[in-house]
Design a protein around this ligand. Structure first.
Ligand SMILES: [Zn+2]
Length: 298
């Protein structure tokens, strides 16, 4: 399957709401206001909710989402390990809707954790510097990469007769025969300041925020606020180094009219001769199946 076959439905506007549903993977990134109303019956398909942080625009949809879709053992919600907000919300929703929401499974995660999804797919948890003033040992914000993981015979053992392989397996166990190769399919940055390209792995598709259309505004906001966001030119420079097959930009500030967002992306992409397509999630709009809509660039 090509990464461009993914059916991605999403809504993302800074301060208001962010949620991203990947149909084939039954995976929801964040659960801002309106996620259930936006997905309707499809919200039932979600098996894993990967939450990046507890700012309200990323979690406010959970009350209804869990009331409608909570059942014994599902869905599974991954949240940053040291987030008190998510722990409170887990307890509250279980009390509020004991016959539904209480069935959901909350799982604390930290950078480096690898969470199995469906067959041959896994979620790698990445660190995030979105919130300032978080002690280094605390995990309050994370990002995620979906990886393909395939097991195969260790290269040094390839070509050995089956009898020898069987002997090794009996002596040292199956793990001694096999090696797992992973490659990155998709990274969701969550809310983030600009990071070096290698912070995001080597994903085929990058979903990255671009709250501000210029880097100066991003820097000014970061200096005065408790959180940090990215500016579009910096994101495009970083993406050029990362070289994904496609880029989806999210989390634009409502201060920018849609035409200005589109024109700025096209101008900046043109200057850099970006070799991959760029899609934009414009403020206030649900994008259904965004990868099957025309990109704003490419
Ligand atoms: Zn946000």
């Amino acid at each position: 399957m090509s990464i461009f076959d993914l059916q991605i439905t999403l809504y993302s506007t800074a301060l208001y709401t962010t949620w991203i549903f990947i149909d084939q993977w039954k995976l929801l990134f964040d659960a801002g206001d309106g996620v259930t109303a936006g997905l309707l019956h499809k919200s039932r398909k979600v098996q894993t909710v990967a939450l990046t942080h507890a700012d309200r625009d990323h979690l406010a949809g959970l009350l209804q989402f869990l009331q409608l879709n909570g059942r014994p053992g599902a869905p599974r919600l991954l949240y940053p390990r040291d987030s008190n907000s998510f722990r409170s919300l887990a307890a509250f929703t279980a009390q509020f809707d004991p016959t539904t929401s209480a069935g959901a499974v909350w799982q604390a995660v930290a950078p480096g954790d690898v969470i199995p999804l469906q067959k041959q797919l896994q979620l790698l948890v990445r660190p995030s510097l979105h919130w300032r003033d978080v002690p280094p040992e605390q995990v309050k914000v994370v990002a995620y990469t979906v990886q393909h993981a395939a097991s195969s015979l260790r290269p040094e053992l390839q070509g050995l007769p089956q009898a020898e392989l069987d002997a090794i397996r009996l002596r040292d166990g199956r793990d001694s025969l096999m090696t797992t190769r992973t490659h990155d399919l998709l990274t969701f940055s969550g809310d983030t300041p600009l990071m070096p390209a290698d912070a995001w792995g080597q994903p085929q598709l990058l979903i990255h925020e671009a709250t501000f259309l210029d880097d100066e505004t991003a820097a000014d906001a970061a200096a005065t606020r408790y959180n940090r966001h990215s500016g579009l030119p910096g994101v495009l420079d970083m993406a050029l180094a990362l070289a994904p097959q496609g880029l989806i930009l999210t989390h634009f500030s409502l201060r920018y009219p849609p035409e200005e967002i589109v024109a700025t992306i096209q101008r900046e992409a043109q200057q850099r001769q970006l070799p991959f397509p760029v899609w934009a999630v414009l403020p206030g709009e649900i994008q259904r199946d965004i990868l099957h809509t025309p990109p704003v660039w490419g």
